[in-house]
Design a protein around this ligand. Structure first.
Ligand code: ZN
Length: 396
């Protein structure tokens, strides 16, 4: 689908670039030589003898221009809705000859509803979600005060034809409550489900407010590598735990490093078998890319990966395929793979990190390992406590 252009196509341009104009001037029945839509496309080729058509309009376009191409001596009157609704809209093009005889062409303008609607915002009024909302993250948690009996979910959708249903937001019980927001396409098919685990404490022990909590997680993607061992030394020196998002097919090349991660208390995450984007693949393909990595880690260490990080953050949703493991993105991205410069990476991390941050680095580059050493030291000095992603998820 093209973009939704509002620039009308000029009839002159259209005549030059399209079908030849017949030289017959006035016939018994006036006919249109051709017709263009801006934007939109006929579902079948135009034939002057054929009077009924369907035109497919991209979902984002709520108006179009109809540009009839006429032989000399003919005139036209177009009945066209000003604003296109989702679904079927009707337009009529009346063609007149000099004797005011009329032929009418009928067009069904089908504005295609998106079949892939997402939430564009999601919040729990008065409470903080564990992650900043991202339409590709489907699971959130929030802690509420012990006397909170219900919470209100606020949200917006990115497709006005989509609808949503919220289940489970009334009547919070002590402990964990699940609120599910189901996003439905125009055809009422559920296409995306967002879940918020709302925890209502038993006692008066209230959750901390966000400003005071200075827990953060540092994560290393794409390894293991020749630099992982040195990185593990650095983590040991600072006495902190990190989270490693492992690429499965590298595990067997660095078995000692991966065993060390487990023995020294770091968390392991799944970054697919070969760093494939988990997008435009079948559920089976995604499951295999995840499963092979889990198998390799389990065989080597006896441990399971606990979270999944989709390579490149690219993920077209298949939460049902892996719904036992949370998908974890990041909130601080110093772009270490791009800069490969210790000072730049350090500065990028220091200026963006705050309580609850998940820092993204790659243990593929000596500059990133060196930067990790520096930022861990500085952030600890500023009062931050490093935890694994799993621990951070429990806290916020
Ligand atoms: Zn990666």
């Amino acid at each position: 689908m093209g973009s939704c252009s509002s620039t009308p196509a000029s009839t002159n341009d259209a005549q030059q670039s399209n079908s030849p104009i017949s030289s017959q001037s006035v016939e018994a029945q006036p006919q249109m030589a051709n017709v263009l839509f801006e934007p939109g496309e006929l579902t079948q080729p135009f034939d002057p003898e054929q009077h009924h058509y369907t035109v497919e309009i991209p979902t984002e376009c709520d108006h179009i221009n109809i540009v009839p191409i006429l032989d000399p001596g003919l005139t036209v009157d177009i009945e066209n809705p000003e604003k296109l609704e989702y679904g079927k809209n009707e337009a009529k093009v009346h063609i007149f000859n000099e004797m005011q005889e009329e032929t009418t062409y009928f067009f069904i303008l089908n504005r295609i509803a998106s079949d892939n609607a997402y939430l564009s915002s999601l919040s729990l009024d008065g409470f903080k979600l564990d992650y900043t909302f991202n339409k590709a993250i489907y699971e959130y948690s929030a802690k509420v005060k012990s006397d909170t009996e219900s919470v209100k979910v606020s949200l917006t959708l990115d497709d006005e034809a989509a609808t949503y249903e919220i289940s489970g937001n009334d009547d919070l019980k002590y402990g964990d409550n699940m609120i599910t927001v189901s996003v439905m396409s125009q055809s009422k098919k559920i296409i995306n489900e967002y879940r918020i685990k709302v925890t209502r404490p038993e006692s008066a022990a209230e959750p901390s407010t966000s400003g005071e909590v200075k827990y953060i997680a540092i994560t290393f993607d794409d390894g293991p590598s020749p630099y992982t061992d040195e990185l593990l030394d650095i983590l040991q020196k600072h006495n902190i735990h990190a989270t490693f998002y492992l690429v499965g097919n590298r595990v067997s090349s660095y078995p000692n490093e991966v065993k060390r991660m487990v023995n020294e208390g770091h968390a392991l995450g799944n970054h697919t078998w070969d760093h494939s984007y988990l997008k435009n693949l079948s559920d089976d393909e995604k499951r295999n890319l995840i499963g092979q990595t889990d198998d390799a880690v389990r065989e080597l260490t006896g441990q399971e990966t606990t979270t999944i990080r989709p390579p490149g953050g690219k993920w077209d949703r298949s939460i049902k395929s892996f719904d036992d493991k949370p998908i974890v993105f990041w909130s601080v991205d110093p772009e270490d793979w791009k800069y490969r410069n210790t000072e730049t990476v350090v500065n990028n991390i220091m200026k963006s990190t705050k309580g609850g941050s998940i820092i993204l680095l790659h243990d593929l580059y000596p500059t990133s390992v060196e930067a990790a050493d520096i930022v861990i030291g500085r952030l600890k000095e500023q009062g931050y406590t490093f935890v694994t992603v799993d621990e951070l998820r429990e806290m916020y």
